[in-house]
Design a binder for this molecule. Sequence first.
Ligand code: KG4
Ligand code: ZN
Length: 341
Amino acid sequence: MRILGIETSCDETAVAVYDGHAGLLAHRVYSQVESHARYGGVVPELASRDHIRKLLPLLDETLQAAATDRLMLDGVAYTRGPGLAGALLVGASVARSLAYALGIPALGIHHMEAHLLAPMLEEPPPSFPFVALLVSGGHTMLVQVAGVGRYRLLGESLDDAAGEAFDKIAKLLGLPYPGGPALQRLAEQGNSERFQFPRPMTDRPGLDFSFSGLKTYTLYTLRNADTSDDQIRADTARAFQDAVIDTLYLKCRRALRQTGAKRLVVAGGVSANGPLRERLAELTHALGARIYYPRLEFCTDNAAMVAYAGWLRLSAGEHGSLAFDIATRWPLTDLRAPSTR
Ligand code: KG4
Ligand code: ZN
């Protein structure tokens, strides 16, 4: 089966073609970063307009790169949610119309399931069962994964997602949007000894997260410091990043011990963070477990993961109805294993 994947949940327009025999044939991402940078964050209306402008040309370009005529497609997978309503609608309507015109099935994919399955595009892919740490701009979750669509939520953020906290602190530090990669770079110049930030919710049992207190702590630290001093800004970035990484480390350790899992999958935009990857690799090594990541370009939003998740479900016989819908909020645990509906 050859599946077209479309991702438009936030500020990346992305298209990919995945083939069951040949693997990933092509993928393209158009990042809207420049459109949103001057506003310091994603402007939903601008995102929708940019998706409308970019999606069809990107579709043509990707099909060409994949040497795939539209008539060779067996299905279309698109991100149904969670995400921004207007942005999701662009992808959903293009995917549904194309599938309808070609007489092939279209399937709405859960954005976080796509992130969770992205490491399966790598060699060697993780086998089930595993524990997944999903860390993106909108979500921070620990999930016990028994198979495709068989998800048990172990813990999640009660307030800000890890990526959101990175973005907000980056903004306070005067760094450009998106903040995560810029904050990581600034933290490289920082000294870890100057500040010690709290590790939220690690002193009590459970696997939930909370990053808003850490954000406030960082805000007060900056208020009381000379922020014109580059070293102080770098030290703050370092202390903040260390605290987030340590918190994720401790919760992953707890989750692996609690479930007895021997495989840890880390995905979502924040999984591109180098020091986080190093720390979690140390953890799995110490526990005799293995760690799996997507390649860096598939940590952040892309359509390869959507095409792949779509292929897994469509090739198992699942297909959606002809009606097109989106879901701006959509609990991951509502998903079921692939089924013919
Ligand atoms: O998965 P993603 O591309 O979009 C969502 O589904 O939200 O994640 C984007 C998030 C942003 O908050 C961004 O700042 C963060 O991932 N991010 C990083 C890094 N690269 C991206 N955070 C920390 N370090 C990075 N290197
Ligand atoms: Zn994402």
